[in-house]
Design a protein around this ligand. Structure first.
Ligand SMILES: [Zn+2]
Length: 50
């Protein structure tokens, strides 16, 4: 399982995906301290696009 990472602060989110995952259009709020980014989670070929 691969962990979702915030593209701004690199915080590792409590959110995981499999190598077979494909995803777009999913909005995630970063839980990192001092980072209130909301980013679109995009996964292609089992990798998060940052
Ligand atoms: Zn962040």
């Amino acid at each position: 399982m691969i962990r979702v990472e915030c593209p701004l602060c690199k915080y590792k989110m409590p959110l995981f995906f499999e190598e077979t995952a494909e995803c777009s259009g999913v909005m995630v709020s970063c839980k990192g301290r001092n980072c209130h980014a909301r980013f679109e989670l995009r996964i292609k070929n089992g990798k998060q696009i940052k």
